[in-house]
Design a protein around this ligand. Structure first.
Ligand SMILES: Cc1cc2nc3c(=O)[nH]c(=O)nc-3n(C[C@H](O)[C@H](O)[C@H](O)COP(=O)(O)OP(=O)(O)OC[C@H]3O[C@@H](n4cnc5c(N)ncnc54)[C@H](O)[C@@H]3O)c2cc1C
Length: 673
């Protein structure tokens, strides 16, 4: 058990959550990634300078594909039809397979194009400019649907499945369940090895599998009872399996549900009843399914970001064009400072999103060992900033922005989802804070336990321990600077950022000071909040956001350094340069505001207001409100859902009998429809 999970005064649920996260993440990587280093006040220049770029050969190959793809997207792709009719026609999938988009990252020997992560994200960014539904389907297919086979598949599995998903059939990812949303470790689908050892017997139900009803290959996560080799005890672990829809007992009983945006994508509900999955379909190792799922999500979180980046860039250009040509009060609305403020913000944020995304994809292409915080931060930053950009763009277009034919309202609806899926942003913030600061927090705790007063020990025991540890040189080497920083306010030096272009020196120095503040405030916050920090998610989110902003600023600094060294010029460069400077101001202001809020905030009244509201709503009758279908406390008591005026999809057999999201039932009557 780690030091963090031995904290006193935290609830059993919090302790369980910490233990689960630790078990889920496995052993610490040898090398800490960029964001973890920020928590320690270090700036790993070698990880972000020079700005990563694909080889010339790869760039040329990707450029050629982008040209063909753009021609198709501009002249043939039916983005409006896809949204209005809520499906992607078969011929679109055929064109995407033909173009090689669906097998872009699959190695050439298995029928793909064999391109890297950066090229793949450039393609997703371009698709995102035109059609978010298509971007999500391509991403679900290749980043999560069949990625596990690419990353963990045996040679035999690769030869069997990759050519199919590269050239003809979609792949889908089945992690979520009625009772499994953010809590991915809580899988209820189960698999057990058959007595003869030839099959896994799979039982359970999956929800929201994008393209699950259209796919030829499914990556399915399920709990398995396994013996822990260290303790000898049996425990539940997650195992990943390759399942195909033709296996007996696989029932896609709901193909899709109507929704706010990305309406061309289809999310399936799938039931597995005693499905015999051949043992050779095991992905990676038994019990390693969460590692498989989380590794795939590293890629999905990038391509999700690329799709938003494409949509946000289009929204920025479209709304700016609108502002230049829409006249009110005798002049273009672009003349008003309120509109210019939005234009500058959109330019700055899209610049930051792009710099951050391709920094992270470069790290993935390089196979950096510790990358999960960077992909999580990229996802949170791009989904949040992309949303801000698109919302401002719609506002600039006024009433016309809200009208369907100008396409902005679709883009606005489409991109709302990204703050929810592939790790909801709130959960990612806690993760960035907790995992980013984990090693530092553990070290601080170790020092406190070695040298601090323990109320559970007698005075004699306390003195013996403190005196003994006070002569431990290794401990003192760490404890003295920490004590000086926490109690005397003596901060360690700001890191040095040496490699930047000389004209960027002022921004590099500003960034170094912000990193110095970040580690200082992390330590102060740990001191102020003590063990309660585990539950203080508002505080966690402030420092998680700051870590994410610092990463974005580092990526932007490195990208501008690259452009300057390459002698970039012209209006596109001028825009980027001005956007870079504005981004620095915007994010520095957000960072300082967050640091101020660590000390002076409304968190105490927030908690009281939340509790009072919870008590008030608790007294309102359940039957007037919608209740989650898997609620352990109120399932079946909610307001009936009304489906009759909502578009349904052919072949669905899912009925919510009580109309309250009650568990799925198969209805032979509906199946004939
Ligand atoms: C269009 C769409 C496509 C999808 N595609 C797939 C797919 O292909 N495969 C697949 O497996 N799944 C898929 N999903 C499921 C998706 O990953 C989940 O919706 C997501 O994980 C969130 O789970 P949830 O919706 O149950 O929200 P919940 O987990 O119920 O969360 C609701 C809210 O509570 C917050 N919250 C939850 N836990 C915490 C916590 N510990 N701390 C703070 N806040 C918390 C969340 O941030 C969120 O704001 C898809 C979903 C949608 C809508």
């Amino acid at each position: 058990m780690s030091l963090l999970s031995r904290l006193k005064g935290i609830s059993a649920e919090d302790r369980r959550m910490i233990e689960e996260i630790e078990a889920m993440l496995g052993p610490e990587p040898e090398e800490m990634g960029f964001i973890k280093n920020l928590f320690w006040g270090r700036f790993r220049e070698d990880l972000v300078f020079p700005y990563p770029e694909a080889s010339r050969e790869e760039r040329e190959k990707c450029d050629a594909l982008l040209a063909r793809l753009e021609d198709y997207l501009k002249n043939e792709h039916p983005s409006i039809l896809i949204d209005q009719e809520q499906y992607i026609p078969d011929w679109v999938f055929e064109r995407l397979f033909e173009l090689g988009v669906m097998g872009l990252t699959i190695p050439e020997e298995y029928g793909g194009l064999g391109l890297g992560v950066t090229s793949y994200n450039r393609v997703l960014e371009l698709i995102g400019r035109y059609c978010a539904s298509t971007a999500v389907v391509v991403s679900a297919h290749q980043s999560i649907g069949c990625k596990a086979i690419m990353l963990f598949g045996t040679e035999e599995q690769k030869r069997k499945y990759l050519p199919i998903v590269a050239r003809e059939k979609l792949a889908a990812f089945c992690l979520s369940e009625p009772n499994v949303g953010s809590d991915a470790a809580g899988q209820q689908t189960r698999c057990e090895l058959s007595e003869d050892g030839k099959y896994y017997i799979l039982n359970g139900e999956k929800k929201w599998s994008t393209s699950g009803a259209l796919a030829g290959v499914l990556t399915v996560m399920a709990k398995q009872r396994l013996k822990n080799p260290k303790t000898g005890k049996e425990e539940d672990r997650v195992t990943a399996l390759i399942v195909t829809p033709d296996m007996e007992g696989v029932d896609v009983f709901e193909k899709n549900r109507s929704k706010a945006g990305i309406r061309g994508t289809w999310q399936a509900r799938i039931r597995f009843t005693n499905v015999k999955v051949p043992r050779e379909n095991l992905l990676h190792k038994e019990g390693k399914g969460l590692n498989v799922a989380l590794s795939c999500l590293n890629y999905g979180r990038c391509t999700l970001s690329a799709g938003v980046l494409g949509g946000a860039t289009w929204a920025m250009e479209q709304s700016t064009k609108w502002a230049q040509t829409r006249y009110q009060f005798g002049r273009p609305i672009a003349d008003f400072e309120a509109i210019q403020q939005k234009i500058a913000k959109m330019a700055a944020l899209t610049y930051g999103m792009r710099a951050l995304l391709y920094m992270t994809t470069g790290m993935l292409d390089r196979h950096d060992p510790d990358i999960m915080l960077e992909t999580a931060a990229t996802k949170v930053f791009c989904s949040q900033m992309g949303w801000e950009v698109i919302d401002e763009a719609l506002q600039i277009m006024g009433g016309e922005g809200y009208m369907t034919e100008n396409e902005m309202e679709r883009v606005w609806r489409d991109h709302r989802i990204h703050r929810i899926v592939e790790g909801a942003n709130e959960v990612m913030q806690s993760y960035i804070f907790g995992y980013g600061g984990k090693q530092l927090a553990e070290q601080m705790l170790a020092i406190k336990q070695a040298l601090g007063w323990d109320r559970d020990q007698s005075p004699i025991e306390n003195l013996q321990r403190i005196v003994r540890n006070a002569f431990n040189p290794a401990l003192l080497r760490r404890a003295v600077p920490l004590a000086a920083e926490l109690f005397l306010g003596i901060r360690p030096e700001a890191p040095r950022i040496r490699r930047v272009h000389p004209s960027l020196r002022p921004w590099a120095d500003r960034l170094a000071r912000l990193v110095q503040q970040h580690t200082h405030y992390f330590k102060l916050l740990s001191k102020w909040e003590g063990d309660a920090i585990v539950a203080r998610q508002a505080q966690q989110a402030r420092l998680a956001d700051n870590a994410m902003y610092l990463f974005a600023l580092s990526a932007a600094l490195s990208d501008m350094d690259r452009q300057l060294r390459q002698g970039a010029s012209g209006v596109a460069f001028e825009k980027d340069r001005a956007a870079f400077e504005h981004l620095f101001d915007l994010l520095e202001i957000r960072i300082q505001q967050n640091l101020g809020l660590l000390r002076r905030n409304g968190d105490a009244s927030m908690r009281r207001a939340a509790q009072a509201t919870l008590r008030y709503v608790d007294a309102l009758p359940n039957q007037d409100y919608y209740i989650h279908e898997a609620s352990p406390v109120a399932k079946g008591t909610g307001k009936p859902v009304q489906k009759e005026h909502i578009k349904q999809f052919p072949g669905d057999r899912y009925v919510t009998t009580g109309g309250d999201g009650a568990p799925a039932e198969s209805s032979p009557a509906r199946s004939k429809a």
